[in-house]
Structures are given as C-alpha cells and as structure tokens.
Design a protein. Structure first.
Length: 200
C-alpha cells in the first residue's frame, strides 16, 4: 500500500510579519505624533484586532504545524498581544487600570520580547535586530506609561515619541523580513540578505 505523500507547508512567517509590521507602523505613527492631530490611535484598532491579532495567531498556529517553536511562540504571543491591546483600549480597561496598571501590562510584554530577542539572534541578524528594536520600543512605552500612555491620548511625552519612532523603524524591519522570506520562497534562494549568524 502506497504511503501518503506529505504535503509541503507554506512559510507562514511573511503573513505574521506583515500583520505585525502594518499594525505597528500605524500605531507608532500615532505614538510619534509625527502627523499631530491628523492621525489618531483609532486607525490602529481594527488592524490590532484583525490583522495584527488574528493573522498573527493563525501564523503562529501554522508555525506550530511546521515545527518552528520560535516562530510559533513569537507570532502566537504577539497575536495575543494585539487582541488584548484592542480590548485594553476599547473596553475601558486602561482607564480602570490607570497609568501604573498599563505600565505593568507593557512591562510584561517587554520581558516577553526580551526573552525572544535572545532566540532571534540565533535566526539571523535581521530578525535579531527586529526583536532588539521591538524590545526598546516596549521599554520606552513602559517607562512613558507612568506619565502619559496610561491616561490615553496625551501623545506629548518625549519617551512616548521615542517609542513611536522606534516602532516605525521596527515596522520597516518587519517589512524587510517579510519581503526577504517571500522572495526566497519564490526564487529558491536568498534575494535580500538576512545576514545569518553563527556561520549558518
């Protein structure tokens, strides 16, 4: 009896990276106050729920199927972050928690990102730099939440804007990562360099 042929599994990372990157870009443009009152955080909320949250959760589940522990943990975790962030802002939880509560929430995600950063540098330098930038973004917003983020909508502190600019650079890195993965799959070889580490 013929054995069933295993179907190849597509790489879910580009989907997860784009869901993360687009949502991070829109939220970070608001955090940076680059466009002033012309852009509000509301623009990021549908993305946080559907693309940043939902698509990343799906990508994480597919990474589990592909046997990629790092990708599964990262995409599932950040998918859950975006969904929880959506409810934090839309259901009044942030107002009830206060600035210290929001700081604690962001601190947890800073720690989560810091742990993943160690693993990211074993993937390649581009992925390592992505998580390093994200760690710094979370750290800046965690510190800022004591004086601004927790009351929502102030958009005035220096750290808040620094976190926004770091988030923009982080999003650009995610776009590059996604493009590199898509082009590699299409061409069968690296097209955009990702700078492997450890001689891989």
């Amino acid at each position: 009896m013929a054995q069933p042929t295993a179907r190849p599994v597509a790489n879910p990372a580009p989907l997860g990276l784009l869901g993360f990157g687009i949502t991070t870009l829109v939220l970070s443009l608001w955090n940076s106050n680059l466009f002033g009152s012309n852009l509000t955080g509301d623009a990021a909320l549908p993305l946080a729920l559907i693309f940043g949250g939902g698509a990343q959760l799906l990508a994480g589940m597919w990474e589990f199927h592909a046997g990629n522990t790092f990708g599964a943990t990262a995409f599932t975790g950040f998918g859950a972050f975006w969904i929880s962030f959506y409810f934090l802002l839309t259901q009044g939880f942030a107002a009830h928690a206060g600035s210290f509560g929001v700081a604690t929430y962001l601190l947890g995600w800073t720690i989560f990102t810091g742990i993943l950063t160690f693993g990211a540098w074993r993937v390649n330098a581009v992925t390592g730099s992505l998580f390093s930038l994200l760690f710094l973004t979370f750290l800046a917003l965690t510190l800022d939440s004591q004086v601004g983020y927790g009351v929502l909508g102030t958009n005035s502190t220096l750290l808040h804007q620094v976190g926004g600019y770091l988030g923009i650079v982080t999003a650009v890195n995610a776009f590059y990562n996604a493009a590199a993965a898509i082009l590699k799959d299409l061409a069968g070889k690296d097209v955009l360099p990702v700078f492997p580490v450890g001689g891989k």
